[in-house]
Design a protein around this ligand. Structure first.
Ligand code: AKG
Length: 412
């Protein structure tokens, strides 16, 4: 029941996504800090995702997800702190021994005991985190900025001495004092961290706030910059690309965005954004055709449905309905699609079952059914479809019956 026009050309200097010339006219000299063409993904389904309300991952499921993320091509897989529970500790060790291409990281509080447990598990990297906003300093751990810095430097030195990579992140960065956190980041950068992280822990940051903070930080530290965006106000994907434009190097994602509350930047939506912005990089690095099965694996594990409007894999993400759209899509898919579904191993669907169906879409269906009609006849049968669709919702079988019986009448 799909109508698939030929794919848009990819050999004419136009991107395999949609119509943008390879050197974007929007690119300017200001963009020299931008990393949209060379970002890395820290995939946190097995850490942030474990904080999702419905999540319970047994060892077997964690292994399946880790392998699927690895074959999708994510750069790093972040695991729940091994201090969380005895099973978390065992699972962390198990995943480290799978021999995956992705680097295995674990996310721990910034203290020596947690860092030692993490190193014991055999991880490639330790992601240290501590709250720096006054909210968290007062109501969570109770430490001053001086104390945070002193502990951070000790823990960083220990992790580095163990030959493991280390990231230092300030939780609730956007509600932290800018001067305080810049001084802290500068100190940990001097101490030799591989990355610093900024986190929009409560999901309140706007892209503009993100640009300002990351751009400022880019001028202060020489190490990589990781960003973590919660989606409470719907800005997580926009914030992620903005962070890259401002000089961030790594973005945290989770499959379907699962995480604390309503989660973080979803891997699939982020891929949708980035395949449009940086098609060559994204298509050469990530196994996009595996996205759907990866999302289904995780959706199944946490017992949720893939949302109807999910970028790429939502059931109607590539469905075209209005007559005006259908006509143009059939002539050239770039007219109403920014992303070519075939990049993700998917097909578009042109609906012909409604009162807003146009005759061009019906004409295409008539030829798919192997029938021959003049344009005038197609227009006439389109009116019949519309009349029926005014009375009740139609399925493709209903529409096909209308077309077939009209065609039969023509023969008699
Ligand atoms: C958050 O702040 O929401 C986190 O999950 C921690 C992020 C980080 O470690 O950068």
């Amino acid at each position: 029941s799909t109508i698939d026009p030929p794919s848009a050309s990819t050999s004419n200097g136009v991107h395999p996504t949609r119509g943008e010339p390879k050197s974007s006219p929007y690119q300017s000299i200001q963009d020299y800090v931008s990393n949209v063409n060379r970002f890395k993904i820290i995939e946190s389904t097995l850490r942030e995702g474990e904080q999702f309300a419905n999540a319970f991952f047994d060892t077997e499921t964690k292994i399946k997800i880790a392998r699927a993320l690895d074959s999708f091509g994510v750069d790093c897989i972040e695991l729940t702190s091994p201090v969380s529970s005895p099973q978390s500790y065992e699972d962390c060790k198990t995943i480290c021994q799978l021999g995956l291409k992705a680097k295995i990281l674990t996310h721990v509080r910034c203290n020596m005991d947690d860092a030692k447990k993490a190193v014991e598990c055999g991880v490639d990297g330790v992601d240290l985190v501590i709250g720096t906003s006054s909210f968290l300093r007062e109501y969570s751990h109770g430490k001053s900025m001086e104390m945070i810095q002193k502990t951070a430097l000790e823990v960083i030195e220990y992790v580095k001495s163990a030959g493991v990579s280390v990231r230092f992140s300030s939780e609730d960065s956007f509600r932290s004092d800018l001067v305080d956190i810049l001084a802290l980041y500068k100190a940990v950068d001097r101490a030799g961290v591989n990355r610093v992280g900024i986190a929009d822990t409560v999901g309140g940051a706007t892209p503009r706030m993100v640009y300002d903070l990351v751009r400022t930080l880019r001028g202060v530290v020489g190490c990589d910059i990781e960003c973590h965006f919660h989606d409470d106000t719907g800005c997580a994907v926009a914030n992620a690309i903005t962070a890259l434009e401002a000089g961030a190097t790594h973005v945290d994602t989770s499959v379907l965005g699962i995480g604390e509350r309503n989660g973080i930047t979803p891997l699939g939506a982020f891929m949708a954004r980035m395949v449009v912005t940086a098609p060559d990089y994204v298509t050469s690095k990530y196994n996009l055709k595996a996205l759907k099965s990866l999302e289904e694996l995780v959706a199944d594990a946490v017992q949720i449905n893939i949302p109807f409007n999910n970028p790429i894999t939502g059931f109607c993400a590539f469905t075209h309905k209005a007559g005006i759209h259908a006509k143009a899509i059939l002539a050239n898919p770039s007219t109403y699609e920014i992303i070519d579904p075939s990049l993700f191993g998917l097909t578009r669907y042109v609906s012909i079952n409604s009162r807003i169906t146009g005759w061009n879409a019906v004409k295409s269906r008539v030829s798919q059914l192997g029938l021959t009609m003049t344009d005038e006849q197609v227009k006439e049968v389109t009116q019949k479809i519309k009349a029926m669709a005014d009375l009740r919702p139609l399925a493709i079988d209903d529409t096909d019956s209308i077309i077939r019986s009209y065609h039969l009448d023509l023969q008699q």
